[in-house]
Write a protein that binds this ligand. Structure first.
Ligand code: BG6
Length: 492
């Protein structure tokens, strides 16, 4: 969104440097930015972990990770060697107070300059965020030129999120705190803002006069896999709804800011979160559906039940569907339906804006159906947009109506590889642009909104409804819309 500024040399330190996120996402993202010539000389990447590994061992580990997680078409030996040469490993138990001077010494040694930009990416459990920040401060690494990146989960409810924010905020200024929601780095999500605000034709229709309802779906076909121990404490509401889905909702519903900068977009998103209809226990029971996958068939193969994957009885939800409203002038009375789940038939994230029927039926029904216009914004895979409209079927004689679609496929229109969300977001951190990161007030407003759901679901009587793996979730999710005379738009 902002015009990219040149990248200054930086010491990019990843706590959790040998962990899954670092190896699967962060280092491949840095590799691709480096391959495309965006990392200047003097840019170093320092992996911090409790592993005993010298720089060479770490480089070997990262080389393996790149081979696994970067497509072979994007692997270039010279570029791999260039990234590996930037890599260092520091063994550190972050709770060992006496060991921090080592990190300080390693960072000073060979730094591009005294006041090099320092990024500290905390890809570790949120319980360690406060401790790490305090120690960074004690050893003099938390300066005005230092930035800290927090990975989700940002707490597990409002109280814990506040504690994390306070602990980090005691050390870093808000402008140097980057809370990642990787959905905001996705090309198609950023394009949502451009589509809405760089074109004129949508804006007059983008309100309760013309929009019947909005659906936001983030479906996955995978189960929880190896992440069971984290996921079982989290569940889909905390893992996906509180952050990714609410962020998408904000971008659909927000007002146009006067211009795009680090605060204006976030100010507008915050107003949407504050305008969400507050949940009450009655609304939770009526408008929020929790589900958990049972054994079934997914992607053509037998899939285990969630409880068998995590190896214990559990009432954690792997599916959520809910109905809410944005209580402001633009959206009064328009339902927003959100849905996310694991072990659904396919991986697809999509926003569907369903418009109202034409106000007057000029063509008799016998000439064919007039379906309401729908705009499908495909976040992934196959990013693009599809506008469903009604057209005349070609041919002589009477007029026959037929549904057709206007399609925009990013791949066809632009051809280029869509960069991974982390590529964009990591470079924004290095450049110091927090526009696509969540501000403290946003995170807390989102937690405040989900709090009544968490509360209600903490009752011993709460049980998620089971759904067979490979299906669209519990029947109650369909009923949620049928009750309003609507239905989910399944992928086409
Ligand atoms: C993460 C969640 O934030 O997003 C995961 O913790 C989920 O459970 C993932 O699988 C989905 O991301 P994407 O980019 O694959 O839609």
């Amino acid at each position: 969104m902002a015009i990219p500024s040149p990248v200054e040399p930086c010491d990019f330190t990843v706590f959790g440097g040998t962990g899954d996120l670092a190896l699967r996402k962060l280092l491949p993202a840095l590799y691709l930015r480096d391959r495309d010539g965006q990392l200047p000389d003097g840019f170093r990447v320092i992996g911090v972990s409790r592993h005993t590994a010298d720089d060479d061992a770490y480089r070997a580990m990262v080389r393996d990770a790149l081979t696994q997680h970067v497509s072979s078409a994007d692997l270039d030996e010279a570029a791999v060697a260039r990234l590996l040469a930037r890599l260092h490993h520091v063994e550190l138990d972050v709770e060992d107070v006496g060991a921090w001077h080592l990190l300080h010494a390693r960072l000073k040694e060979g730094a591009a300059s005294e006041d090099v930009i320092r990024v500290f990416y905390l890809a570790v459990a949120p319980g360690l965020f406060g401790t790490i920040c305090e120690h960074l401060d004690e050893v003099g690494l938390a300066t005005e030129r230092s930035r800290v990146v927090l990975e989700k989960p940002m707490g597990s409810d409002l109280a814990t999120a506040r504690r994390v924010n306070e602990a980090v905020g005691r050390v870093f200024e808000e402008s140097n705190i980057f809370r990642i929601d990787h959905y905001l780095g996705k090309e198609s999500v950023q394009n949502l803002l451009v589509t809405r605000f760089a074109n004129t034709f949508l804006e007059p229709l983008w309100n309760s006069h013309w929009v019947d309802h909005v659906q936001i779906t983030a479906a996955e076909s995978l189960g929880v896999g190896e992440r069971g121990s984290y996921y079982d404490r989290s569940g889909a509401l905390r893992d996906m709804v509180q952050n990714h889905l609410l962020q998408l909702l904000c971008l659909v519903a927000m007002e146009p800011p006067t211009y795009v900068d680090r605060e204006t977009v976030r100010d507008e998103k915050l107003k949407v979160l504050q305008a969400l209809r507050p949940m009450t226990p009655e609304l939770v029971d009526r408008d929020v559906v929790a589900g958990q996958y049972a054994a079934g068939l997914c992607d053509g193969a037998p899939a285990k039940a969630y409880v068998d994957e995590v190896g214990q009885p559990s009432d954690t939800e792997t599916f959520v569907a809910l109905r809410t409203e944005v209580q402001n002038w633009r959206w009064a009375g328009v339902p927003f339906y959100l849905r996310t789940g694991k072990r659904l038939p396919e991986r697809v994230s999509e926003i569907v804006v369903v418009f109202k029927e034409p106000p007057h039926a000029m063509f008799p029904h016998s000439e064919g159906p007039t379906e309401p216009n729908r705009l499908h914004i495909r976040v992934q895979p196959d990013e693009g947009m599809r506008l469903h409209m009604t057209a005349k079927e070609p041919g002589p004689g009477g007029i026959r109506l037929r549904p057709v679609s206007l399609d925009l496929s990013y791949a066809a229109a632009f051809g280029a590889r869509s960069p991974d969300a982390y590529e964009r977001l990591l470079m924004d951190v290095v450049r110091g642009n927090p526009t696509l990161f969540m501000r403290r007030d946003e995170v807390e407003a989102a937690w405040a909104w989900v709090a009544p759901i968490l509360d209600r679901w903490s009752q011993p009587t709460h049980r998620p409804r089971r759904y067979p793996a490979g299906t669209n979730g519990p029947v109650a999710a369909a009923t949620l819309l049928e009750r309003d005379g609507r239905s989910w738009q399944e992928t086409e």
